[in-house]
Design a protein around this ligand. Structure first.
Ligand SMILES: C[S@@+](CC[C@H](N)C(=O)[O-])C[C@H]1O[C@@H](n2cnc3c(N)ncnc32)[C@H](O)[C@@H]1O
Length: 351
């Protein structure tokens, strides 16, 4: 693929220029989410002019018009020009309605907000993070690099935004991840670091005869119960610290996007703690991560996530072989890997 790119790029670097513009495209979408463009257009009974959008969003007409045009350019909005006076009228595409509006069926609105307001500024520190090989939390927030969640949860507002990000992923990948292996034989499932319970909800839906518990830090459980729990949820919450406190007894422990936050030493410490309490002969652990290819050639999304882990945590994304090694070192066996073809993959191991 690399040879492919460089051949045609020598004549004119189309792809390279597209990459240069990548951050601008992201920021166009994020800004429109922050301003409420998609919420307005998806609920409007008719297409709207830039002036009408600007008025509704309390924004400048000129700025709004340029933003709407860029959204048309990247095929996120439709535009029609009125025959009588040439006024441009903007409307939502189905994709924008489903994924970018707050009330969309599979809304990624909260994901966009966290990327815009937290990840985007953090990526400004990429050069220093690469030079020094760790996150910049000490310099930015006065928090030691290893106190990852002190930094992520540095205010209630940041905690709620992060939880919104975590919550939104599983509307996309939750089903594939919980169906990657049959989990029907596991009666007691604990989602360690399960945050808002979004993945637990998918597990409980797919395996209604199993009991499902979300285990997370007390402040997170409190916030999850207040802002994310639904009346028909069947899973329960339990608070604690998976590195230092007692772990609940279960026959399946789910670790979704947990190991990618931590150094290899801490991953093995956590896996060993789980192995110690996991029911022998039939107990197991399910890892859910965006895994890298063993060849190092992708997926590019996981490679970008790994850089995000560098600027924000003490972990990284890893290929399945590295997860398998850590699992075996911690006492697990029979490691099976399922690539879902979406963002997140599943790895099941038994005690
Ligand atoms: C990257 S998030 C993943 C959340 C969730 N599993 C998901 O995939 O949506 C990491 C989670 O681990 C939790 N966590 C971090 N350290 C923890 C600890 N020591 N004990 C319990 N939970 C912890 C965080 O609060 C957060 O919910």
């Amino acid at each position: 693929m690399a040879e492919h790119l460089s051949q045609s790029e020598l004549d004119y670097p189309f792809k390279l220029l597209e990459y240069f513009n990548g951050f601008r495209v992201s920021k166009v979408i994020f800004s429109a989410c922050e301003l409420g463009v998609f919420d307005l257009l998806t609920t409007s009974p008719c297409a709207l002019s830039a002036q009408q959008v600007a008025q509704a969003l309390h924004a400048s007409v000129d700025g709004t018009e340029r933003l709407l045009d860029a959204l048309v350019g990247i095929e996120i909005l439709h535009v029609e020009t009125q025959a009588e006076d040439g006024t441009a009228l903007y409307s939502s595409t189905e994709v924008a309605g489903m994924y970018l509006a707050k009330g969309g069926a599979k809304s990624l609105h909260d994901m966009a907000i966290y990327q815009s307001q937290t990840i985007y500024p953090l990526w400004n520190n990429m050069v220093d993070a690469v030079r020094e090989g760790n996150n910049q939390n000490q310099k930015l927030f006065g928090i030691p690099p290893e106190e990852v969640f002190q930094a992520v949860y540095r205010s209630d507002e940041e905690m709620l935004k992060f939880m919104g990000l975590m919550n939104s992923s599983w509307v996309l990948d939750g089903y594939d991840v919980v169906m990657a292996f049959s989990l029907a034989g596991f009666r007691n499932i604990v989602d360690l670091g399960g945050c808002t319970g979004a993945l637990a909800r998918e597990i409980a839906k797919a395996y209604p005869s199993s009991s499902v518990t979300v285990f997370d830090m007390p402040a997170v459980v409190e916030m999850a119960t207040k802002h994310f729990l639904r009346a028909d949820d069947t899973f329960t919450f339990q608070s604690g610290d998976f590195f230092h406190g007692e772990l609940p007894v279960a026959d399946l422990y789910v670790l979704a996007r947990i190991l990618h936050d931590w150094s290899e030493d801490k991953c093995v410490t956590l896996l060993k703690r789980i192995c110690d309490v996991c029911e022998p002969g039939g107990g197991g652990v399910l890892l859910v991560e965006a895994t890298l290819l063993e060849s190092r050639r992708g997926p590019v999304q996981a490679q970008l996530f790994s850089l995000s882990m560098l600027v924000q945590t003490e972990g990284r994304e890893r290929p399945p072989s590295q997860y398998a090694r850590m699992l075996r070192q911690s006492g697990f066996r029979d490691v099976q890997v399922c690539r879902t073809g979406k963002t997140y993959d599943a790895i099941l191991a038994l005690k």
